[in-house]
Design a protein. Structure first.
Length: 575
């Protein structure tokens, strides 16, 4: 959730750093700070709170200079405060950090025994002082030695006081890139931080160390000191796409970008009316001998996976499972070369998903990644990559990325079913047509916006809210519940409608809102029965169903009707 920006060039470093950190505000943070080579020394200003607070302090304590590092922090070790904000350091260096140093307590004890003192409870201060203890005039050697002592994940941006104009960085299981400008260089945890200056960048691999010189030139080495020649990448989007463009919020903008994102992702993979992944490097017959599909993802991406599971099993009759990435690698999963592991990640940098990918590759299993960011670590390491073309997703809560992930999974399901001989070309073309009709109708589904606004004013002060649904609607319930918690901080739970009677219905009392998602017409009678159970306990029911579904007024308090669509594709609109 934290953000890193570094700069060396001719511009005012504070301006560049603040603009870059501002572009990363969407990641969430509770404090911010910068360090700059200013007036022949290394100076730091930081504060708890928003960037506006930091800007005010910098106005009172200006740091003229053209080289520096900046950071926005989301507290994991130590409460949000001025002292806990990054950068941390010593008289000899300054450091910003994304990630978690798992053995920081042990390292802190070792440093304390050597006479180091600590002002904070943060793992980042420990990392800075580990680096200080290793520094004897050679930055690369010090970084190598310090990183060998640390366990966990990190992306570091570093300034050494005796190396004015130079910015250093390295990473392990946390994203970091070095971007190339005109006589200037940038360090960033996300390309959106520097899009206003450049679209060209190097994606750092794990264990690589980057140095940005005062003239902006960039050199990269391995931990062993060997020089690395890397491909210079170009960002898929530009700064205009990362703006609100008249929308009140990024999330609202991205919700309304779903139809375009789906079109851009799905249409290029349809050739002569059939799914075609040849441009993605998938040869015909690739799926023919796959015996099982194991999807691995986190959060919203995992809910897209559950939609994919339903469609793959229905059309292709191939067993498909979905695992939460943070649990997958710890349960000793049963994998073999006849299976396909599909990892799903918007950023392509999700640490747990990346670890699952590496586990699958280590066991000799074919891997396929569905990601939105070209050049990301997962994209580079998977055997096959299916890019989604959603453009930048700035809002904390994922929306359009989920939609395009499901779109790709629908196409995959149809292709797998064809290669397995479960459907013929004519049937496959019919399913593709159904998918395209669903994408066309997403614009109509978004016309429920005013009704959603009306309901939000009614629900904004509730303490609890429940989502219920059956079959393919249940992943939508989980996604809806997650979004509500992420955005409103209202407690919410999602339940299979048929499970209410097994204890959870006791949580539903008079006036408690229940959102019932019922886009599956074949399951509607069962879902209505479950809704009536909640009504009997005084629930305030918001029903989401199809336009033509005949449902009595006694079933709901409020209703949102969606365009009619085959049950198979209804989840595309339901979300």
């Amino acid at each position: 959730m934290c953000g890193i920006v570094g700069y060396s060039g001719a511009k005012d470093a504070v301006c560049v750093l603040l603009e870059g950190l501002g572009a990363l505000e969407y990641r969430g943070y509770d404090s911010a700070g910068v360090s700059v080579f200013s007036e022949s020394s290394l100076k730091t200003v930081k504060s708890a709170g928003r960037l506006a607070v930091l800007s005010e302090r910098l106005a009172s304590h200006p740091l003229p200079g053209s080289c520096g590092i900046g950071h926005t922090r989301w507290a994991t070790h130590g409460v949000p405060s001025d002292v806990n904000a990054h950068p941390h350091g010593t008289k000899r260096l300054s450091l910003v950090h994304n990630g978690i140093i798992e053995n920081y307590a042990e390292l802190k004890n070792e440093l304390s025994a050597k006479g180091y003192t600590f002002e904070t409870q943060t793992d980042t201060e420990v990392a800075a002082k580990v680096l200080d203890s290793c520094y004897h005039g050679d930055p690369i050697a010090a970084i190598r030695e310090a990183c060998a002592k640390m366990e966990g994940s990190y992306a570091f941006g570093i300034l050494f006081a005796d190396r004015p104009g130079e910015v250093y960085g390295t990473r392990l299981n946390s994203p970091l890139l070095a971007a190339v400008g005109d006589g200037e260089g940038f360090l960033a945890s996300d390309i959106s931080a520097v899009l206003q200056y450049t679209k060209r960048y190097y994606a750092l691999e794990h264990g690589e160390i980057v140095k940005i010189a005062p003239d902006g030139s960039i050199s990269i080495r391995t931990m062993d000191g060997a020089p690395v020649q890397k491909e210079l990448l170009t960002a898929q989007w530009d700064v205009e796409q990362a703006q609100k463009n008249g929308y009140e919020h990024f999330m609202r903008k991205e919700i309304f970008e779903q139809p375009t994102a789906l079109y851009n992702t799905v249409h290029p993979r349809i050739i002569k009316g059939l799914p075609d992944f040849s441009h993605d490097g998938i040869a015909p017959g690739f799926f023919k001998d796959i015996t099982r599909i194991q999807m691995v993802a986190c959060g919203t991406a995992s809910y897209a996976g559950f939609i994919g599971k339903n469609v793959i099993e229905k059309l292709a009759r191939v067993p498909a499972e979905v695992d939460i990435a943070s649990e997958f690698r710890y349960r000793d999963p049963i994998l073999d070369p006849t299976q396909l592991v599909v990892v799903i990640s918007q950023s392509g940098e999700t640490a747990d998903t990346l670890a699952a990918l590496r586990l699958a590759k280590k066991q000799g299993v074919k891997t396929l990644a569905i990601v939105n960011v070209a050049g990301s670590t997962i994209a580079r390491e998977a055997d096959i990559v299916l890019y989604t073309y959603a453009g930048p997703e700035i809002a904390v809560a994922s929306t359009k990325a989920y939609s395009v992930q499901t779109g790709v999974l629908y196409l995959l399901a149809i292709r797998i079913a064809m290669e397995k001989g479960r459907i013929d070309a004519a049937q496959a073309a019919g399913y593709v047509d159904g998918l395209l009709k669903a994408i066309e109708k997403t614009n109509d589904a978004l016309k429920t916006d005013e009704k959603a606004r009306e309901l939000s004013s009614i629900l904004k002060n509730v303490e609890d809210l429940f989502f219920i649904g059956r079959g393919a609607d249940f992943p939508l319930c989980r996604e809806g519940s997650l979004k509500l918690k992420e955005i409103s901080y209202i407690h919410s739970e999602a339940y299979e409608a048929g499970e209410l009677k097994h204890g959870t219905i006791s949580l539903i009392t008079d006036g408690v809102p229940v959102v019932a998602i019922a886009t599956q017409s074949s399951l509607l009678p069962k879902t209505v029965s479950n809704i009536k159970e909640t009504r009997a306990r005084g629930a305030q029911v918001i029903l989401i169903c199809k336009e033509s579904d005949e449902i009595g007024d006694d079933v709901y308090d409020h209703i949102i009707r969606l365009p009619d669509l085959d049950d198979l594709f209804a989840p595309i609109l339901g979300v």
